[in-house]
Ligand binder design. Structure first.
Ligand code: SAH
Ligand code: AVI
Length: 333
């Protein structure tokens, strides 16, 4: 059997986790919603559109880097086991899989969006007869314990600068878990967006076509559908700006006028003033030094650092040091 899918957790448990997250996020100030809830099937399609926008340089820059690096990287590592966090459409992953030259390989995508993972797996399997896919549908902050035992030398991928959507404590907790998936000779390849000119950064999150705004508002549609809420997404303005002191783009939804929202499953009414935004995403930007420090704190050694000529984006290759860092036990779900 070349395709196996494990769904963690069932629909009831997922809704319970979302209810807790939404209650915590909207009940405390500043109000916030976790960015993982952007990605229902519509959200993943909108993100895919974002990746092709002229202002959103991240995906095409990382893709060109991978195109250049993949043959030598795959020759040097000869992985037989590729695990990918937040795999989405697995488009850039194809570059790496194709560059291995055809040997047997097990691919374990870990992503919350089942529809997208299933479609990507189907396409990859049709193209690659030596591939096995063992998909994990779940939260990479909670469910990495379900990644199967290695089937050979392992390469963990965390592309797209999705690591930047986590704040520092969550990044460290996740990297410590990734470290525990690696043995000697295994590697982590992580994509990070770099600190750069504010105008370039802010344009990437404020595209002229308004796709990022639609992606941002989609989180309200997900909450409406999942928890029986009555947010009016069009009554919220998309606001994204670069917070230089924290090295992060902050994405917010700002009520145009006072909004009263009822969330049926939580039996909760929330009143939102135009002065109070809902913070939906942070997208941290890195340097070589901050990436090295973040890896080192999780027991990972920066082995190689590759950037494009404009130093917009970097791929960091890391290996485990002998000092493992205790991985925080993931919350049960
Ligand atoms: N790696 C792809 C997709 C990036 S978009 C690329 O580089 O283009 C971010 C992806 O991470 C989405 O597919 C989303 O569903 C997934 N994701 C976001 N938060 C997640 C979480 N907590 N657990 C698992 N998957 C998550
Ligand atoms: C997935 N992630 C790295 C994207 C980012 O750039 O932070 C999500 C995104 N948000 C707005 N545009 C794209």
């Amino acid at each position: 059997m070349r395709y196996r899918v494990e769904v963690h957790a069932d629909a009831h448990t997922r809704l319970k986790a979302m209810a807790e997250d939404v209650l915590r996020g909207l009940g405390t100030r500043p109000r916030s919603l976790p960015p993982k809830y952007f990605y229902d099937a519509a959200g993943s399609r909108l993100f895919d559109e974002i990746t092709r926008l002229p202002e959103y340089y991240l995906t095409r820059t990382e893709d060109a880097l991978l195109d250049r690096l993949a043959p030598a990287l795959m020759r040097a590592l000869e992985p037989r086991d590729v695990v990918e966090l937040g795999s989405g459409f697995s488009l850039k992953t194809r570059r790496l899989l194709e560059a291995r030259g055809g040997g047997a390989l097990r691919y374990t995508p870990v992503d919350v969006d089942e529809t997208t993972v299933a479609a990507s797996a189907e396409r990859l399997l049709a193209e690659d007869p030596a591939l096995q896919v063992h998909a994990i549908i779940g939260d990479f902050e909670r469910h990495l314990v379900h990644v199967p035992a290695p089937s050979g030398r392992r390469l963990v991928l965390f592309l797209g600068s999705t690591i930047g959507n986590l704040d520092a404590p969550a990044r460290q907790a996740l990297l410590a878990q990734v470290r525990s998936l690696l043995h000697r000779g295994d590697r982590l390849l992580v994509g990070v967006d770099l600190v750069k000119d504010v105008a370039v950064l802010e344009a990437a999150y404020n595209d002229a076509a308004g796709v990022t705004a639609a992606f941002n508002r989609n989180i309200l549609r997900v909450v409406n559908r999942s928890l029986g809420a009555d947010f009016q997404p069009e009554a919220f303005r998309h606001h994204a700006w670069y917070n230089a002191a924290e090295s992060r783009i902050e994405m917010h939804l700002v009520p145009e006028t006072r909004q009263t929202v009822h969330i049926r499953s939580l039996d909760l009414t929330v009143r939102l003033e135009p002065s109070e935004s809902i913070w939906t995403e942070s997208s941290y930007k890195f340097t070589r030094a901050s990436t090295r420090a973040m890896l080192a704190a999780a027991g990972l050694r920066l082995d190689a650092w590759h950037t494009d000529v404009d130093k917009r984006f970097a791929l960091a290759l890391a290996g485990p040091t002998s000092r493992a860092v205790a991985a925080r036990a993931p919350r049960a779900a």
